[in-house]
Design a protein around this ligand. Structure first.
Ligand code: ATP
Length: 258
């Protein structure tokens, strides 16, 4: 079967938003117990960039990521992925879109234990009934340093290696955006640094787009920019973040909310 067509390189259209929220709101529950998790969020995540979302616990980070990824429905506003409005899609279309145009990396790796590393990486293609693009597969395997681990099962891999397999799996379909939820949360600092370097490499060298939720200012410093959330609203952003500038940004939020 022919390989799926490659997407147009991101660099051909600089500063194009890969995914954006417009007036996005999310209310859990109703009446007295209603929780306003997002209160009219306007934010755009640029294609070909690595963006971290940070903010205090309960500020709405996970809710925003789930809505951007089409995993949950908004109460109001819009999510636009490329030129597709997610908020206008039905369940079946959303399922297909998530499979083909969105990648996920989770804190807990979420690999299938009975499959080899290679089978885990190519799983999204299997599910879509397409053959992996061999050139892209080779690029991912070599970039992520997995060539000599392909026949191993997850239990035979270190945490860092498992997360690299999960990154390759997230990237195999060349999705519009990869959403990473605390991807280094279960890793020691050395493996975490390695995984973050690979995420940055997949943006800088492979033209991918990554949006990562993290609590860790050091992890956020690997991103091109940081979006700060507080109380369900965008509270600021930091370009070219360092651990120090991120900490200062988070401290400023606490002061404002104190
Ligand atoms: N399914 C749900 N039902 C009810 N309330 C929810 C639900 N999910 C989240 N919330 C509430 O919405 C608000 C935002 O939660 P969210 O998980 O998005 O925050 P967060 O910034 O990711 O937090 P954390 O950093 O602790 O993971 C919180 O007040 C939370 O309790």
């Amino acid at each position: 079967m022919a390989a799926p067509p490659r997407r147009i390189p991101v660099s051909s259209s600089p500063r194009r938003p890969a995914v954006q929220a417009r007036g996005l709101s999310k209310v859990y529950g109703s009446g007295d117990v209603a929780v306003h998790a997002l209160r009219g969020v306007d934010v755009a995540f640029t294609a070909g960039e690595f963006t971290a979302i940070m903010g205090p616990s309960g500020s709405g980070k996970s809710t925003l990521m789930h809505l951007l990824a089409g995993l949950d429905a908004a109460t109001g506003g819009q999510v636009v992925l490329g030129d597709t409005e997610l908020t206008a899609l039905g369940d079946t279309e959303l399922t297909l879109l998530r499979r083909e145009r969105v990648g996920f990396v989770f804190q807990s790796f979420n690999l299938l234990p009975m499959f080899t590393a290679l089978q885990n990486i190519t799983l999204p293609c299997e599910l879509a009934g397409t053959a992996p693009d061999q050139g892209w597969l080779d690029t991912l395997i070599d970039t992520l340093g997995l060539r000599d681990r392909l026949t191993h099962r997850p239990s035979e891999l270190s945490g860092g290696q498992q997360q690299r397999v999960a990154i390759a799996r997230a990237l195999i379909t060349r999705p519009d955006v990869v959403f990473a939820d605390e991807p280094t949360g279960n890793l020691d600092s050395r493996s975490g640094a390695e995984v973050l370097s690979f995420l940055r490499t997949s943006v800088r060298e492979l033209g991918q787009t990554i949006v990562m939720v993290t609590h860790d200012p050091v992890a956020a410093s690997y991103a091109d920019s940081v979006v700060l959330l507080a109380d369900g609203r965008i509270a600021g952003s930091i370009d070219n973040p360092t651990p120090e500038s991120v900490l200062a940004g988070l401290d400023a939020l606490r002061t404002v909310n104190a």
